[in-house]
Design a protein around this ligand. Structure first.
Ligand code: SR1
Ligand code: MG
Length: 418
């Protein structure tokens, strides 16, 4: 399938177009004529196929030249699969075993063939169903710490990091989506926005009139766009995580870009908190999600704690980049200064994460791309009540991010069902 013009795949054409690839002959097996392909993509952007044969299954992911959620009125370049491919292979190096194995990449066809993760399912689905996953917080916290530390000037050589920064700087259009959809559009009546109406109309008007809030949103946007600290996943929500029991993977890093460490951490915590706020909408009897709500809060807090622990471990053992060199601290008999610097960095990451957490809540309720956590609540009054609690928290987090410690997460559980 080399050197031909881009053409979207379809289940019927997949075997004929990919049947010559040795990796598929090996992993799928048998005669390509007997292969079975089904399109399973339920994300906002791409085609995703599961291809099965006698030897096994693979996932075939192909970018479309437009935003799938909106249609061809919103063109989107195919090169995003190049960034996804590059992010996946870096994440595989930096946090081994945490992302699907890449089996083949075709830049012309904007196509990545990768390990099929069945029976893993999208984590968000299980958070809606009330399924607990042992070790989720540790996995996610450690994933963030390893990818974000090892993708930064704390670890990489300046030359390698700068080359990487240049590569990912071209992911312009996906950054533009984040810059507008996350940081700006929720705060004005943008054409593609929607919210639960009329229930939330008054609150939405209040938020959009809140000048202090809009200023913070733009400060956070500036941090996202300007502070190129590390290679981010860039879209680390619970729909970008797959889980089966205690086995977890992170997927879909097509929004990868250099940005502040706190961005991925904040997005992840935000989506766990939105799952928490949505639980009262999923109750079938009053209180039957109380225990699960507690697990979600412990998981959100645990993500931060495991992140901070692992980041600290890497700080002490792998600080080989140009920042905070040991020759200034440990080698001068001042290990406590290196520890103080670590605490400062973690404080800054936390503050950033709190702000990004707030803005992510707002965009998922006020913007274009909503979360199934809330959308799956059929009763609009109940949905709006859940969303309103989350929106108010989002505002508080953004405005009070410098004064909000990790204990705010457990405190959310003190209220009855939000
Ligand atoms: C137009 S794309 C909307 C959203 O879907 C992706 O998953 C990202 O979260 C993006 O913001
Ligand atoms: Mg995605």
């Amino acid at each position: 399938m080399t050197s031909r013009a881009y053409e979207p795949l379809a289940p019927e054409t997949l075997a004929a177009r990919l049947g010559d690839l040795p990796i598929l002959r090996d992993r799928v097996g048998g005669d390509p004529q007997s292969w079975h392909a089904v399109e399973v993509g339920d994300g906002n952007l791409n085609l995703v196929f599961i291809l099965s044969g006698p030897a096994g299954k693979v996932v075939v992911k192909q970018a479309l030249p437009y935003v799938r959620l909106v249609g061809d009125s919103w063109p989107l370049p195919l090169k995003r699969s190049w960034f996804e491919y590059n992010a996946l292979i870096r994440q595989a190096e930096r946090a081994p075993g945490s992302v699907p194995e890449v089996l083949h990449f075709d830049r012309d066809q904007a196509l990545i063939i990768m390990q099929c993760l069945e029976p893993h399912v999208i984590l968000r689905r299980n958070l809606i169903a009330g399924v607990e996953h042992t070790g989720l917080a540790e996995f996610l916290g450690v994933f963030c710490a390893r990818t974000l530390f090892r993708g930064s000037d704390l670890s990489m050589s300046p030359a390698v990091r700068k080359a990487d920064l240049a590569l990912f700087a071209d992911n312009i259009e996906l950054c533009d989506i984040t810059e507008n959809l996350v940081f700006t559009d929720p705060y004005w009546d943008a054409p593609l926005n929607r919210h639960t109406s009329p229930q939330l109309d008054a609150l939405v008007a209040e938020l959009r009139a809140d000048a202090d809030l809009k200023i913070v949103a733009q400060q956070l946007k500036s941090d996202f766009a300007v502070r190129s600290e590390t290679l981010l996943h860039g879209d680390l929500h619970t729909g970008s995580v797959m889980a089966a029991g205690d086995s977890i993977y992170v997927i879909d890093p097509e929004f990868a870009t250099y940005g502040p460490v706190g961005f991925d951490v904040g997005m992840l915590i935000s989506n766990l908190l939105m799952a928490f706020f949505a639980q009262s909408g999923h109750e079938t009897a009053p209180g039957d999600r109380d225990a699960y709500r507690g697990w979600l809060l412990r998981t959100a807090r645990g993500v931060w704690d495991h992140f901070a622990d692992e980041f600290g471990r890497l700080w002490r053992t792998e600080r080989t980049g140009m920042l905070y060199p040991a020759r200034l601290f440990e080698d001068q008999g001042q290990p406590e200064a290196a520890e103080a610097a670590l605490r400062q960095r973690l404080d800054q990451i936390w503050t950033d994460a709190v702000g990004f957490c707030g803005v992510e809540i707002h965009r998922r309720i006020l913007g274009l791309a909503h979360n199934a956590d809330f959308e799956s609540i059929g009763d609009l009054n109940r949905r709006a009540a859940c969303e309103a609690g989350a929106l108010r928290l989002g505002r508080r987090l953004m405005l009070e991010r410098q004064a909000t410690g990790p204990e705010f997460i457990a405190a959310l559980g003190a209220d009855r069902a939000p």
